[in-house]
Design a protein around this ligand. Sequence first.
Ligand code: RUQ
Ligand code: CUA
Length: 666
Amino acid sequence: MKIIQLFGISAFASLAFLGSCKPKGTETAVSGDAAEKVYVAPGKYDEVYNFVSGGFNGQMNVYGLPSGRLLKVVPIFSVNPENGYGYSEETKPMLETSHGFIPWDDQHHLELSQTNGEQDGRWIFANANNTPRVARVNLKTFRTEEIIELPNSAGNHSSPFITENTEYVVAGTRFAVPTDDMNGDVPINSFKENFKGVISFIGVNKETGDMNLSFQIEAPGVNFDLSHAGKGKSHGWFFFSCYNSEQANSLLEVNASQNDKDFIMAVNWKKAEEYLKAGKGRKVKTQYAHNKFDEKTQTATSKMEQEVTVLSAKELKDICYFMPTPKSPHGCDVDPTGEYIVGSGKLAALIPVHSFSKMLKAIENKEFAGEYDGIPILKYESTLYGEVQKPGLGPLHTEFDGKGNAYTSFFVSSEVVKWDIKTLKVLDRQPTFYSVGHLMVVGGDTKKPYGKYLVAYNKITKDRFLPTGPELTQSAQLYDISGDKMKLLLDFPTFGEPHYAQAVPASLIKDQQVKFYNIADNKHPYATKGEAESKVVRQGNKVHVYMTSIRSHFAPDNIEGIKVGDEVYFHVTNLEQDWDVPHGFAIKGNQNAELLIMPGETSTLKWVPKKPGMWPMYCTDFCSALHQEMQGYVRVSPAGSNVPLTYSLNNKADNAKSPVKTAVTK
Ligand code: RUQ
Ligand code: CUA
């Protein structure tokens, strides 16, 4: 209570007070047939894939619904020892940035690719919140294929939302910062003068999914929080919620909560494209990494791009408009028809719904309430369709079911509230346990939601699961939304901390899975396509081991003559041509993780032995009854020793058929 007295801010006071508002007990919230509705019998598949952001674990986590069973962790922005992502030589370039190699990020939002505003099951995009990046994961392999860094940005939060044909993945900077061609070494309190809010439009190739940074728009220095594309009639526009219209640079919880209204910024990106074509952008010199994984060579490359075209919203006047929106809006969601734009003011006591048609008219009739840093502000009444009155406390995010209903999460009052988009009447409310952040309806931000299930991703799980020390598990809650009233079905733990999620009927994805890589198509420069081709090659102090793995041995599995000071590269090709037969590879003392090599793939582990001795290596994945026999030895001699570099498989003193071979020296 001290804080309240100290600052005497009403928003503050009400939040602190309402923090103690408890939802009713679970007993009353769970109905009798819940167990039946989430039970997926052994051997049966789930109905829906649920892709959940990993938050500060930097990964994407894939669950099945309605069971809540974890299917896979897909590494995107964080290294993953489980499969060597970010540890193998092939995948290290994926995590290169203009700041060098970064093994981690904070992953908040996911967005599935769309065609005509409907999910097409091809790719899923992910944002990195800390060092601004956007990634693309291929849903045939569940692997991260591409990561692009965003210049002129910091805290890439309102991302990676997409246009209805995946023309663009869009990203807005959460922190306003001086752009990369400005001097950033300026006083922090020169915010108003020097800090800009830049949004990025990343073009996506229709066939390959390849991304490129098409252009950026320089907007006033505010904090962009979330965004969604227009769809249908509003296709061609993009909407961004922004807070800190006060342009505070310190104690934002107070100083960025002063204004009654902040904004949703509407961006006419079709117009921006025209300006781009007409050469209206300024070329900004900068550096940003663009990393791509090539499936043919199974190797990622990282390229440093040098330039980006930036359009100025201030100069070009008619690409950006501000719609006043109460109060520090967070979620910015567009309904399936594209007509209604819902802003969720974290500190607002109502939910404003803007109308796209009214917005167009207001722009046409110049119904402006002034300008903000050179950008026209539309009159609140001119764009407002209406307000949902007394919906709950602390609205954050809204999703849709395609039946005319909206669902909004309320952090402070810990509930999901269902309301009618047309009448703006509250229809139902159900408690969450506790403090829900994001929520997700299957396909809920597309033109054609699948509906049926809603998942709440909660921030607090106190008393919901067995306790686990100072940090409790993260969690999701599944609701059945097929009837008039929402029904809580299931709690399930998640990786921390879940933010936005996407879900899609399993039928769209499950039959397109790559089962293995065809060994004949393997274009990896160090591929070894048969055991007979395995070899060891010395190039100065670099030793390349061309190794194969097949149930249940490596070839070669004995290597001698490595010396301290050598850099050893184990290029392991998995010769299997069958679904789900990876082999692992690890060697004692290696300051790295294992490799997990898919059938037909080649992966490389770098090893720099520090001292002479005998170093065992083995397969980490239980691949056959004789998996435990899948092992070998590497002998390391002192620097300058004259032990010849040799290798062998099945070498016995009397076995002339499997002679010890001598390494090629180049
Ligand atoms: S956020 S809990 Cu990072 Cu999407 Cu709203
Ligand atoms: Cu290969 Cu175990």
